[in-house]
Write a new protein. Structure first.
Length: 377
């Protein structure tokens, strides 16, 4: 009994300390991962968090290519996909679905976590807000939306463009494995304001590229303030419905309804592919210009400070003989655009050990581009 008393006392003291030092989100993280047999965030965790709906209105199915699913993937490619725990592979060519395949019990209707692919979607919303004049300029300062940042060193200099290009100078460690670092607090905590607004800026913005989830979350806050509506609603109105997405989707939020704009749009691979097709079509869907072509070009143009691997929300590979650019999410979520071959490749899955030797870009992206283009050209 005495040992039990000490154990209970220790647990209570530990819990109190966690709350005191701002680590109470760890309890949420543990309940959503380890107690469910998981070691970290995963692609099927959407029902564990609050979310805002992303609605479609008149769903349009993909038109099938004449060669739809007539070509079997070679064994070495299937082995690579299975090894990386792929859930879905979808290939679009010339605006038609050419190949789709699913593993691990997933199918056409399975909605999985986009993770950081949502960063590019957030930048798309910025582009639309600029186009509609809701935000006057991409060079608007973040502190014009949240005046408390005017008193932070460097915080009064950060622009929306700095945030979109990952040149904000934010003090943010992009580590997904350490539960005491800001990504975990943003993901499992109750308040994104507490997770992000408490961060400082460590250097002058616009000087150095550093990929940071916190920067995209700040951009999301600025958009939310300017739009005065949920970002999921704006995404529905300006993209999801006009593109004729096949399914309603959802965007994970904190406990106060703020979307996690650095991650966490839950949708299916076929609808993710429509986002890629929008870029191949320079922002048009049919005869409708969904997003300004100039902004599309700005998103997919590599920046000098990133050493030409990142634009605004998009990763870029012009080093590869087959040039491509893509949405990238944790654990191997890709929407890859291959302009030369008018092709979109979507891959989703749950791979925790994805090598990134290609100048910080996943090796698998280049591999998929080279092999799939060769297979289907």
């Amino acid at each position: 009994m005495r040992i039990l008393k000490y154990m209970i006392g220790g647990a209570v003291a530990g819990a109190a300390a966690a709350y005191f030092f701002g680590y109470d989100y760890l309890f949420s993280g543990i309940s959503k991962t380890y107690l469910k047999g998981k070691s970290s965030a995963y692609i099927d965790d959407g029902d564990l968090f609050p979310s805002n709906p992303i609605a479609t209105e008149e769903p349009r199915l993909w038109e099938e290519d004449a060669d739809y699913n007539k070509t079997d993937l070679p064994k070495y490619l299937v082995d690579n996909l299975k090894h990386s725990r792929t859930a879905a592979l979808v290939v679009i060519r010339n605006g038609k679905i050419l190949h789709e395949q699913y593993w691990g019990g997933y199918n056409q209707l399975s909605q999985t976590n986009s993770f950081s692919m949502a960063k590019a979607v957030t930048v798309m919303l910025l582009g639309k807000a600029l186009e509609e004049g809701i935000i006057p300029s991409i060079n608007e300062k973040f502190s014009d939306f949240y005046s408390e940042f005017k008193n932070k060193p460097f915080g009064n200099q950060v622009t929306l463009k700095n945030l979109a290009q990952m040149e904000a100078g934010l003090d943010w460690n992009e580590d997904y494995n350490n539960p005491f670092l800001p990504n975990a607090k943003a993901y499992y905590g109750k308040s994104l304001v507490k997770a992000v607004f408490t961060r400082k800026f460590k250097e002058e913005p616009g000087v150095r590229f550093e990929y940071q989830s916190g920067s995209t979350q700040l951009l999301g806050f600025a958009l939310r303030k300017a739009l005065d509506k949920p970002l999921a609603t704006y995404l529905s109105e300006k993209f999801w419905a006009p593109l004729g997405m096949e399914q309603n989707a959802k965007w994970t939020t904190d406990d106060y309804g703020m979307e996690k704009t650095y991650c966490c749009i839950h949708s299916n691979a076929r609808d993710f592919a429509r986002l890629g097709q929008l870029f191949l079509d320079d922002g048009k869907a049919g005869d409708q210009q969904i997003l300004n072509q100039d902004f599309i070009e700005q998103m997919r143009t590599p920046t000098e400070k990133s050493e030409n691997i990142y634009g605004m929300g998009l990763w870029i590979n012009h080093d590869n003989p087959i040039k491509h650019y893509y949405f990238l999410g944790l654990q191997g979520q890709y929407i890859i655009m291959v302009p030369e071959h008018n092709m979109v490749i979507v891959k989703t899955g749950s791979y925790f050990n994805n090598p990134k030797n290609d100048r910080g870009r996943p090796d698998q992206v280049k591999f998929l581009v080279n092999e799939i283009v060769q297979l289907f050209q």
